[in-house]
Design a protein around this ligand. Structure first.
Ligand code: PLP
Length: 436
């Protein structure tokens, strides 16, 4: 078997050689945050092809919340591999799909009877949630928020609220997508201002009777880890109910224990009509889901929804194990405690003169972030600073991601199964990377 530093052919593999092959074979449009190539990963650690070890504070962009290669998840996937790998649920159904749907129907915080359908990616889940909402309401308009990220298909690109790199140059996007500012205090947008903009939109451009759905991330992910204030989500719920609009919560990044509850929207006590999920659900295997009110989900005619690979039996088996692990290891509680550790550390860093100036420590549970700013006490974003810290952290052995509409935010997405000593090790590296 190939080891961390030996190629299948027996010759040593080097990151630099693979990078050269990568740039020759793969288009520039897909970027990679780090210059190394993975060879092996376990829980919160990754080794590259040269045998270098990294503490992983990215978890494959919020996917490996149960850690890389959780033994139970791997065992469940392996057991399924020995049965069959694919039939397409549209050709011959299988129990893991049904069992996972039943499980999500019991867990997702939507009122009343529920149904669930599976897809492959977060974007596909959002795309299909919009299709379902359009059929269920007979309307086409969709409201989305500034700074939102919902994916890279054409509809989800239209819903996404950041031009570069996601929208620029891709031409005409699906229409009747309306944008409202997302409440972020340090950008000067209050809950009241956001709701006033919605009111203006309804009066000037988009009659509420033409709107099928509002799509909202309870905690914005790529937009910078901004938690929607509970009062805001409650107000959206009221507006949706009043106008017959469906509320779609996109929990692709915030879901599955990351914020200290199974779903972030539960912090606000709000019940959406539809919930989109992906990422951590599969524990490293690709799967996405839409769960919604049964009468809404059943509005679509037979054949109107589907996907060749959606709800792969291997991913469904893995996801069932992920849900078991979340429950048995009480990962919501672990997320809350990781969040407390991170918050205390970041607040300490924000007061130190020997570190780069950071501000706006924020987050929900273990979905934590802060901004790198130009000077202490200012709100002026320093995206180059954030990029430098992430690059320096990588050189020191920590994988750390940036985000935010200016790229000024460093976000922390540790596996929730991370042992305390690895968490401490990663934080110590981050502190060194922040040194001026
Ligand atoms: N929705 C949210 C909130 C996300 O964070 C993402 C990805 O980061 C997506 C949708 C798109 O998911 P995918 O990349 O699996 O298509």
């Amino acid at each position: 078997m190939a080891t961390a530093s030996t190629a299948v052919s027996g010759t040593a593999r080097r990151n630099a050689d693979l990078l050269a092959r990568r740039s020759a074979a793969i288009p520039a449009g897909i970027v990679t945050a780090t210059p190394a190539f993975a060879a092996r990963a376990r829980n919160a650690e990754i080794w590259d092809v040269e045998g270098n070890r990294y503490v992983d504070f990215a978890a494959g962009i919020a996917v490996c919340s149960t850690g890389h290669c959780h033994p139970e998840v791997i065992a469940a996937a392996e057991a399924q591999l020995h049965g069959f790998t694919h039939t397409s649920f549209q050709v011959m159904a299988y129990e893991p799909y049904v069992a996972l749907a039943e499980r999500l129907n019991a867990l997702v915080p939507v009122a009343g009877p529920k149904k669930t359908i599976f897809f492959n990616s977060g974007a596909e889940a959002v795309e299909n949630a919009v299709k379902i909402a359009r059929l269920a309401t007979g309307r086409t308009g969709v409201i989305a928020f500034a700074g939102a990220f919902h994916g890279r298909t054409l509809m989800t690109t239209a819903l996404t609220g950041k031009t570069l790199p996601y929208k620029r140059g891709f031409g005409t996007l699906p229409g009747e997508v309306w944008r409202v500012p997302f409440p972020i205090a340090h950008y000067g947008v209050s809950v009241e201002a956001s709701l006033a903009a919605m009111d203006t939109l309804f009066r000037t451009d988009a009659d509420p009777g033409s709107i099928a759905a509002m799509v909202v991330e309870p905690v914005q992910g790529e937009g910078g880890f901004h938690a929607a204030p509970p009062a805001f989500l409650q107000a959206l719920r009221e507006l949706c109910t009043k106008h017959g609009i469906l509320l779609i919560c996109d929990e692709v990044q915030s879901g599955f224990a990351r914020t200290g509850r199974l779903f972030a929207v539960q912090h606000a006590g709000v019940e959406p009509d539809l919930v989109t999920m992906a990422k951590a659900l599969g524990g490293g295997f690709p799967i996405a889901a839409v769960t919604g009110r049964a009468e809404v989900m059943d509005c679509v005619h037979p054949g109107g929804l589907g996907s060749t690979f959606g709800g792969s039996p291997i991913s469904c088996a893995a996801a069932l194990a992920v849900l078991d692990v979340i429950e048995r290891e009480d990962l919501p509680a672990r997320a809350a405690s990781i969040g407390e550790t991170l918050r205390a550390r970041f607040e300490g860093w924000s007061r130190r003169d020997d570190l780069l100036p950071i501000a706006h420590v924020r987050g929900l549970g273990a979905m934590m972030a802060f901004d790198v700013v130009r000077s202490r006490g200012s709100d002026e974003p320093d995206p180059e600073g954030a990029k430098r810290v992430a690059a320096r952290a990588f050189e020191l052995g920590l994988i750390l991601l940036s985000c935010g509409i200016y790229g000024e935010t460093l976000r922390f997405l540790t596996p929730l199964t991370i042992p305390d000593e690895v968490l401490e090790e990663g934080l110590a590296i981050c502190e060194r990377a922040l040194a001026v």
